[in-house]
Design a binder for this molecule. Structure first.
Ligand SMILES: NC(=O)c1ccc[n+]([C@@H]2O[C@H](COP(=O)([O-])OP(=O)(O)OC[C@H]3O[C@@H](n4cnc5c(N)ncnc54)[C@H](O)[C@@H]3O)[C@@H](O)[C@H]2O)c1
Length: 274
């Protein structure tokens, strides 16, 4: 495998399972040192030790990305261990569905916190290690090291989705943040792109009846899609099937790779044509 990311440090949030885990694994396979975050500490530690036993350089920094203190801690631990930050993938997320007329403020704001505020704070916390260092490299006449950010959006953010006023708004907002970072940090050679996934098979899209839940401030939040809806969605996918987490990861790694060195400010749709 090409070692595109040898000597590069990649942070992936929400990497204990699903798309984030596949993304962390693929970056490691392409040579990166990887920092795995997840809210679920057991899951983050297990993912990290699986990859470490396969011989990869991996650090687990569990924690809640919506905690205002977490982003600085994440950067400090990353830099203490691996010395720098080249790539950030803002992937941590979940859904908290409900129709608008029944949606609480807490339910709405939780989606903005996890999909907009947390990525913003993480990018801001990374500024000294990405923007400032790239600026210094430029001032010294050096070619800045490869650096980029990939934010995870969704088809719901591009088109809206029934029952997801909160999630759609947030997944749309992350595209605005992506394009702004691309403009502010582009002059320092730092790229920023988004990926909008359609239907990828993970815990988030399991049959709702399977009872997958996440706890938010003591409240149990139901994850998943009603099973009767999944057949209908699949019928609308030209490729005729949901995507796998590894296929989703491929798009993220591509955008951070040298193959995408002239791509910034875009939102790549990875949807099987949906
Ligand atoms: N699966 C899909 O079809 C799909 C479609 C569009 C977008 N997405 C997006 O892809 C991303 C990954 O989702 P997935 O499908 O792999 O889901 P997943 O549930 O399998 O994985 C998400 C991970 O994020 C972690 N997480 C949640 N809240 C967190 C927090 N506050 N701090 C740190 N970690 C947290 C969870 O513990 C979990 O391990 C999400 O942003 C999601 O919205 C997924």
């Amino acid at each position: 495998m090409e070692q595109w990311f040898s000597n590069q440090v990649v942070i992936v949030t929400g990497a204990g399972r699903g798309i984030g885990y596949s993304t962390a694994k693929l970056f490691a396979q392409y040579g990166a040192s990887v920092v795995i975050n997840d809210y679920d500490a057991d899951c983050a530690d297990k993912a990290a030790s699986e990859l470490q036993s396969a011989g990869y350089k991996v650090l687990s920094v569990p924690g809640d990305v919506t905690d205002p203190k977490y982003p600085d801690m994440l950067m400090q631990k990353t830099v203490e261990t691996f010395g720098k930050v080249n790539v950030i993938v803002n992937n941590a997320g979940y859904t908290w569905d409900g129709m608008i007329h029944k949606m609480s403020d807490k339910q709405y704001m939780a989606m903005l916190e996890i999909h907009n505020v947390a990525p913003f704070r993480i990018i801001r916390a990374a500024a000294p290690y990405m923007r400032e260092i790239a600026k210094q490299e430029k001032a010294e006449g050096k070619t800045p090291e490869p650096r980029s950010i990939v934010n995870i959006s969704s088809l719901s953010g591009l088109h809206g989705n029934t029952g997801q006023a909160n999630y759609s708004t947030a997944k749309s907002g992350i595209i605005g943040l992506t394009k702004t970072v691309a403009k502010e940090w582009g002059p320092f050679g730092i790229r920023c792109n988004a990926v909008a996934f359609g239907f990828i098979e993970t815990r988030l899209t399991k049959d709702q009846e399977s009872g997958e839940q996440i706890e938010v401030e003591g409240e149990k939040v139901q994850l998943g899609i009603p099973s009767h809806m999944k057949g209908m969605i699949t019928m609308l996918i030209p490729l005729g099937r949901p995507g796998t987490p590894d296929e989703a990861a491929g798009a993220v790694v591509f955008l951070a790779s040298p193959l995408a060195s002239y791509i910034t400010g875009i939102c790549l749709e990875v949807t099987g044509g949906l």
